[in-house]
Design a protein around this ligand. Structure first.
Ligand SMILES: Cc1cc2nc3c(=O)[nH]c(=O)nc-3n(C[C@H](O)[C@H](O)[C@H](O)COP(=O)(O)OP(=O)(O)OC[C@H]3O[C@@H](n4cnc5c(N)ncnc54)[C@H](O)[C@@H]3O)c2cc1C
Length: 594
């Protein structure tokens, strides 16, 4: 059967904030752009972002991009690349103003300027007083941004393939990426999208863990596609646990709640963050607050009948503030907890939230891989931006409000670089049959009905295996880690990967494409799970979100370096952190206190 083929200048895989920002840049420059998304674009996870986007506009407190840079480097526990961080923080004010001009309906101050709220890890003057740097559209900032970017793309005539699932990247022998194989989820029809340049913008992999804040579509497909194409993944051991998820369920309660004056208490009614972070208190960085909650519970000061959560209080705030600035949070609390936060505190517990690791990129969003000793090379025509990329601006721990910034800054950077690249690369490279065949084979595995796979007694279902996998990741690779437990994790994930080879998607004679998607997603997740536990087992120190009970200290001498995980032989290698910014002095590693 022949497969339909389409050719474009650029293929953007993913229609979240990163993909849409890049596509807009390209369509406005008259490039032929295809954006494919497995859900309708405005359902991408960016839509769920609550708290806001950071930029040193200085509308509420004094501010400067250099202070923002300092906070981000410190927040990253010095693992972030300082050239990329400088680039992002300097670009932030203009990027936000640009969003405003595109039509993002930001909340306003009395004087008409964009409203900014304080968020965790923000300071004035390199570690001084709390700054208010997060620009917000109430507590629905991502929704406002995503819809605006989508409308702008429609206006610029970007070509969308909605509800198409990208299976694998296509490449030639040299490793040049030539597009992707995808299929239409409704009809199952396959399509080859050939492109001179490809941008991976597929978002994060929060579905690695059972309790998480992410949409069910956040399965890290782009990261797994990169792995299969021979590209290593960087810093996968660093996964952010957000301190305030709805206890037992995981939905996010934005840091904006603490930004507006909310705080955490234990069963004794103590505001315990004062002990862990005397200066920043509840607005310490996320890794610090998540660990503090875990310790309070472990030491018996949790709340509720099982003492397994802490409380987030806002009932001391003016109800009007809650209604105006946190309406979405109030909805979530009413719906999932049955509690009106105006009247009573909300039970919260840390929940898996953000993938710091990802596809290694430089500050132009080009994918870079190591060649020989110490040197790096770009893969011509291949880009990654957003949560799937590792620029690395977040290092070992991301600051709240920096991801919405990351996606638009590096989405735009990718668009700009691609426009230049296309000027000198006008032809499509020939597409070898073998690469298409390989991708088709991966899909074919899930095209047979259960009856064809046979051996009913030993057959396992994909959904059950997924639940088991997520549970393993949560238990073996959570907030606190040890060698023993991580080693068990590696074995457990490997065995699930083996069992998945024999699993089936359904016992019914009619198999829906959505079930195929779930199976392909689980294959992706399991590969990423392995990357995560293996990278975590190897890193013998505690840094940012990676907290090893058996190696409680940060060890800059041995571990101030990025890890790179290769799928082949589950191999790890390491590369130095780029500590040299573009135009200012390096921030050298210091002890990190809040
Ligand atoms: C609940 C929540 C609240 C948050 N709040 C904030 C906040 O206030 N501030 C902040 O800075 N950050 C916040 N974040 C983080 C931030 O929202 C995300 O990191 C960011 O939006 C990711 O954007 P993205 O463009 O990289 O990916 P996404 O928005 O996740 O989009 C990924 C896209 O890839 C597509 N895709 C994936 N796989 C495939 C495939 N195989 N085939 C085809 N298409 C595919 C999807 O359809 C989707 O269009 C929050 C995150 C969550 C989960």
């Amino acid at each position: 059967m022949t497969i339909a083929k389409r050719k474009f200048d650029t293929l953007v895989i993913g229609a979240g904030g990163a993909g849409l920002r890049a596509a807009l840049q390209l369509s406005q420059a008259e490039a032929a752009v295809a954006v494919i998304s497995k859900v309708f674009p405005t359902r991408s996870h960016t839509v769920a972002a609550q708290g806001g986007i950071n930029a040193a506009l200085g509308n509420v407190t004094d501010d400067h991009w250099h202070w923002h840079m300092y906070d981000t480097v410190k927040g990253s526990d010095y693992l972030g690349d300082q050239d990329a961080i400088e680039y992002m923080c300097r670009a932030a004010p203009n990027t936000v103003i640009e969003l405003e001009h595109y039509g993002v309906p930001f909340s306003r101050l009395e004087n008409g300027r964009i409203y900014q709220r304080p968020f965790g890890g923000q300071s004035q003057n390199f570690g001084g007083e709390q700054a208010a740097r997060t620009c917000a559209a109430a507590d629905r900032t991502g929704h406002a941004m995503l819809h605006t970017l989508y409308q702008q793309n429609i206006n610029a005539r970007t070509h969308f393939f909605d509800e198409f699932f990208a299976v694998d990247l296509l490449k030639n022998e040299r490793g040049d990426i030539l597009g992707a194989l995808a299929f239409d989820i409704e009809s199952g029809e396959k399509i080859i999208i050939e492109a001179k340049t490809t941008l991976i913008a597929t978002g994060g992999a929060g579905q690695l863990f059972r309790t998480n804040t992410n949409a069910s579509i956040n399965t890290g497909d782009g990261l797994a596609m990169a792995l299969r194409a021979g590209i290593p993944l960087q810093d996968m051991e660093f996964f952010q646990f957000h301190p305030t998820g709805v206890a037992g369920k995981g939905m996010l309660i934005s840091e904006g709640v603490r930004g507006e004056g909310g705080y955490l208490v234990n069963c004794e009614g103590e505001r315990f963050m004062e002990r862990y972070a005397p200066h920043a208190k509840d607005l310490a960085s996320r890794d610090v607050v998540s660990r503090a909650i875990a310790v309070e519970i472990r030491e018996g000061r949790g709340c509720g009948p099982n003492k397994d959560y802490v409380l987030l209080k806002v009932d001391h705030l003016d109800p009007e503030v809650i209604k105006k600035r946190l309406p979405g949070i109030r909805d979530i609390s009413l719906t999932f907890l049955g509690i009106d936060p105006i009247e009573a505190p909300m039970p919260v517990f840390p929940t898996a939230h953000y993938t710091m690791g990802g596809i290694p990129t430089n500050r132009y969003a080009q994918v870079v891989v190591p060649v020989g000793t110490g040197a790096e090379e770009e893969i011509p025509g291949l880009y990654a931006a957003g949560e799937c990329a590792c620029a690395s601006v977040h290092g070992a721990n991301r600051l709240g409000g920096n991801s919405l910034l990351d996606i638009v800054v590096f989405g735009r950077a990718a668009g700009k670089h691609i426009i230049d690249y296309l000027k000198t690369h006008r032809q499509h490279k020939p597409l070898p049959d073998e690469t298409v065949e390989q991708a088709v084979q991966r899909l074919a595995r899930w095209e047979q009905p259960a009856s064809a796979v046979g051996h009913s007694a030993t057959v396992e279902s994909v959904s059950a295996l997924k639940a088991e996998f997520q549970q393993v990741m949560e238990e073996k690779c959570g907030v606190f880690r040890t060698e023993e437990v991580l080693a068990e994790g590696v074995q457990a994930v490997k065995s699930i990967q083996e069992r998945l080879k024999h699993a089936v998607i359904s016992d019914y004679s009619r198999i829906f494409n959505t079930a195929r998607v779930e199976a392909l997603e689980l294959e992706n997740l399991v590969e990423l799970g392995l990357a995560t536990v293996i990278s975590a087992l190897s890193r013998q120190e505690s840094r940012g979100a990676h907290s090893r009970v058996d190696f409680p200290k940060r060890d800059d001498e041995h571990w101030l370096r990025h890890s790179l995980y290769y799928q082949q032989d589950n191999r790890l290698s390491y590369k130095p952190v780029r500590t040299r910014p573009i135009s200012v002095d390096t921030f050298p590693p210091k002890e990190r206190v809040y």
